[in-house]
Design a protein around this ligand. Structure first.
Ligand code: NDP
Length: 240
């Protein structure tokens, strides 16, 4: 059955692939983004997927943005919390702002989007919330105390909200991607990336569509018995 789906950070990288995968499955998709108007414009022209700009770390902006989407497109049944940023550095060098910004957007964004949409899903008796965590939230990563804590928090958030949603037909799951070939990973220095790839048993980075197709499954009727799960998609790098 076709549903209305929103993908945060849905205009590029993994999010763009998720938007397209959900559209391919017949859903009515809208993509949120933060500030890259050029990418968002090109994406909407190319795909026909409408784009909505707001900061998912801003609670009021999420409430207002989702309200606008529901008025213009219809009740939101599928939320993919994909928007995320990195502000890497060892603890020694990391500023409080870098800590706070990563927590505010990566983890706070999940709370804000759930607050904006969960009640409606519960009232209608059907919903899917799919949160994009990370292998680095499962295993930790040098230079990422902020990002690892936020992503680990997403995995806990997923399990807690899954317990609240289950009896109302609202299923909540997470995907923990390994290293995927996107702008975010392109920012990792080449020698560091080479060491990372050497540790991936399949011997390569992942592709955004390898995450997106799994989101498509979790959003589908076929995943009706899956909730509170974290699906690790990482080429065998971390078997958790
Ligand atoms: P990219 O940096 O390529 O894209 C990030 C997307 O998030 C962009 O669309 C960006 O919007 C959006 N975004 C950033 N901040 C906000 C905000 N405050 N409000 C709304 N949207 C925002 O990231 P990836 O595609 O690589 O990553 C997507 C998700 O997957 C992230 O949560 C990331 O942590 C996670 N992940 C990625 C991995 C990887 O290897 N790439 C591995 C594991 C997890 P705009 O275009 O406007 O800037």
């Amino acid at each position: 059955m076709a549903r209305v789906a929103i993908v945060t950070g849905g205009t590029r990288g993994i999010g763009a692939a998720i938007s397209l995968a959900l559209k391919d499955r017949g859903h009515t998709v809208v993509a949120n983004y933060a500030g890259n108007d050029e990418k968002a414009k090109a994406f909407t022209e190319e795909t026909g997927i409408p784009v909505y700009k707001w900061d998912v770390g801003d609670h009021e902006a999420c409430l207002a943005g989702c309200k606008q989407v529901e008025a213009e497109v219809g009740p939101i049944d599928i939320v993919v919390n994909n928007a995320g940023i990195t502000r890497d550095g060892t603890l020694h060098r990391m500023s409080f702002e870098d800590w706070n910004e990563v927590m505010r957007i990566n983890l706070g964004g999940c709370f804000n989007m759930a607050k904006a949409t969960f009640s409606g899903m519960r009232d209608r008796g059907w919903g899917r919330i799919i949160n994009i965590g990370s292998i680095n939230g499962q295993a930790g990563q040098y230079g990422q105390v902020n990002y690892a804590a936020a992503k680990s928090g997403i995995h806990g958030f997923t399990k807690a909200l899954a317990q609240e949603g289950a009896k109302f037909g609202v299923l909540v799951n997470a995907i923990a991607p390994g290293y995927i070939d996107t702008d975010m990973v392109a920012a990792v220095p080449e020698p560091v990336l080479e060491k990372i790839v050497a540790k991936i048993p399949v011997g390569r980075l992942g592709n955004a569509y390898e995450i997106a197709r799994a989101v498509g499954f979790l959003a589908s009727e076929n995943a009706g018995f899956v909730t509170g799960s974290t699906l690790s998609i990482n080429g065998g790098q971390h078997m958790y």
